[in-house]
Design a protein around this ligand. Structure first.
Ligand code: KIV
Length: 273
């Protein structure tokens, strides 16, 4: 990240999200977990980079997001924050970092902000965590909510299926979104919920909604970068659009390198000292 006197490209801030929503300008997010990828994604012009706890899956190969720790999130978030000049950088609060008590959650949010240099945190949950979110916001920390399919609760849900299909859960989700909005969230991620419900939520809150598998009426969209770049050919949920076939691009390049090494084509004279 550039220094405090830098006059490089304008940095996106959390309050700008309210303005973008009011102006009808859609907000683009992608995830990133390391310096090199984050600098490429920032250069592509996204509005926000989420250091998601999906790092547990994408970086560490776990089945769920549950194992990743605060220390590991800080490592990933610091690497991303160092790379980014333009996008807002948001770090997920991992499982176990805010469920024990409000004090614990506030302490961990402050730690993440201090030690990683990100601009905001994201936290999964509804009205039950609104008082804690208010304390974070009062402490000066921009907070994004996350409703619908909240992957840290995968064992409670029994899987990664669509949420809020029935009326009761849909009504609760709207009430949760209003509670997060009132608590001061600058945006709310809506994951894997019916598009009509996401539209209703978007119209009911002053903060921006960011959808993933939540249709086209949210104020913005988020995808995991490795998914949208096609790095994992076997992952193809309905909501995902693949913008590249990086699995084939990368394996082909690597196969060519292997072949060049074996044939002694690499390195050639101009690549030698
Ligand atoms: O961890 C993550 O990548 C997320 C997004 C899928 C919203 O929370």
């Amino acid at each position: 990240m550039s220094g405090y006197l830098s006059t490089s490209k304008k940095k996106i801030t959390a309050p700008l999200f309210f303005e973008m929503k009011r102006n009808g300008e859609k907000i683009s997010w992608l995830t990133a977990y390391d310096y090199t990828t984050a600098s490429i994604i920032d250069a592509g012009g996204v509005d926000a980079i989420l250091v998601g706890d999906s790092a547990s899956n994408v970086m560490d190969g776990n089945m769920t997001t549950l194992p990743i720790t605060v220390d590991e999130m800080i490592y990933h978030a610091r690497s991303v924050a160092r790379a980014v000049n333009h996008a807002l950088v948001i770090c997920d609060m991992p499982f176990g970092s805010y469920q024990v008590s409000e004090e614990d959650g506030l302490r961990n949010a402050i730690r993440i902000m201090k030690e990683s240099g990100v601009d905001a945190v994201k936290i999964e949950g509804g009205a039950e965590i609104a008082p804690m979110i208010k304390r974070m916001v009062d402490a000066g920390i921009p907070v994004s909510g996350h409703l619908g399919l909240t992957p840290q609760s995968v064992h409670k849900f029994g899987g990664y299926g669509l949420r809020a299909k029935d009326e009761d859960e849909a009504e609760k989700l709207i009430a949760d979104a209003k509670a997060l909005d009132d608590a001061g969230c600058f945006c709310i991620v809506l994951e894997k919920v019916p598009a009509a419900l996401a539209q209703k939520v978007t119209e009911s809150v002053s903060c921006a909604t960011i959808g993933i598998g939540a249709g086209n009426c949210c104020d913005g969209q988020v995808l995991v970068y490795a998914d949208m770049l096609g790095m994992n050919p076997s992952f193809k949920p309905k909501f995902l659009r693949k913008y590249a076939d990086m699995y084939n691009v990368m394996t082909s390049a690597i196969a060519q390198y292997v072949s060049d090494v074996k044939s002694t084509d690499f390195p050639n004279e101009s690549e030698s000292y």
